[in-house]
Design a protein around this ligand. Structure first.
Ligand code: NAD
Length: 259
């Protein structure tokens, strides 16, 4: 359904080439936003931007590894140079739970220090760098909204992914401190904590049918989430409808953390 909620707004979505990021790009664009689709997978970013253009929307791809300061600075500059402003940053890029990403998901006892560093660099430093370069632009403009994508791992003990869990806990803490630091300047910073969401990130672990059934059964809603169900919450938090919502850590998990 097309709308105008984000007309004349410029939105950067990191990890926009897949899963929740891609769903958010589609929803922001459908609401009139000009969207920078940022991803370290250049082809994926280009493909999603192309989907938006084909639907009559406005989007531009940007290759950016969020753990790289130079890439993140350049990514924010794509928004300001192409579209003249930056209203929303969805800090969504992340890695976890997939052999595809090479990183070890285990107890800290079994996590090689290089993997620890990489997981923290992408999931936590990536979000921090996005904020570092987005906030000054937003302050200069008189305001903006940042939505960080953490995880239920950031607020509850989920065994076997300690670096990821620590990184997402860091994103939760970062959200709170930035919300308090920058609220007076009109920059709102909020955080989503998704439960299990059916995206390529967890496709591999879901191939284990027993494990997948366990995940669904332990959820109060007896199912996993869909990427669109995270995207719609990101849009709400980024929108004027949430103009007094700041520093919130919002589980979007079918009630999993409420058990
Ligand atoms: P996904 O793998 O489908 O998409 C992640 C996207 O981020 C990919 O396009 C990938 O190329 C990109 N990316 C990864 N590292 C990057 C980097 N360094 N720089 C730029 N782009 C990078 O996964 P998803 O489920 O859509 O994940 C989105 C976010 O949601 C992540 O932060 C993830 O940790 C979080 N999350 C996912 C789940 C889940 O169950 N899928 C649950 C909780 C939180």
């Amino acid at each position: 359904m097309a709308g105008t909620q984000f007309e004349n707004k410029v939105v950067v979505v990191t990890g926009g080439g897949s899963g929740q990021g891609r769903a958010a790009v589609h929803q922001f664009a459908a609401e009139g936003a000009k969207v920078v689709v940022a991803d370290w997978n250049e082809d994926a970013a280009a493909a999603v931007a192309k989907e938006i253009l084909a639907q009559g929307g406005t989007a531009t791809p940007a290759r950016a590894d969020v753990s790289s300061e130079d890439d993140v600075r350049a990514m924010i500059e794509v928004a300001t140079s192409q579209y003249g402003r930056l209203d929303v940053l969805f800090n969504n890029a992340g890695v976890g739970f997939s052999a595809r990403n090479r990183f070890t998901m285990a107890s800290v006892v079994d996590t090689p220090v290089n993997d620890w560093d990489s997981i923290l660099a992408i999931n936590l430093r990536g979000a921090a760098l996005g904020c570092k370069y987005a906030i000054p632009v937003m302050v200069e403009q008189g305001g903006g909204a940042i939505v960080n994508n953490a995880s239920v791992n950031g607020i509850a003990a989920v065994l076997g992914a300690d670096a990821y869990t620590a990184a997402k806990g860091g994103v939760v803490a970062l959200t709170r401190v930035l919300a308090v630091e920058w609220g007076a300047k009109g920059v709102r910073v909020n955080c989503i904590c998704p439960g299990g969401i059916e995206t390529p990130m967890i496709a591999e672990v879901l191939q284990d049918e027993e494990y997948a059934k366990g995940l669904r059964d332990e959820n109060p809603m007896k199912r996993l989430g869909r990427p669109e169900e995270i995207a719609s919450v990101a849009l709400f938090l980024a929108s004027d409808a949430a103009s007094y919502v700041n520093g919130v850590i919002l589980p979007v998990d079918g009630g999993w953390t409420a058990r």
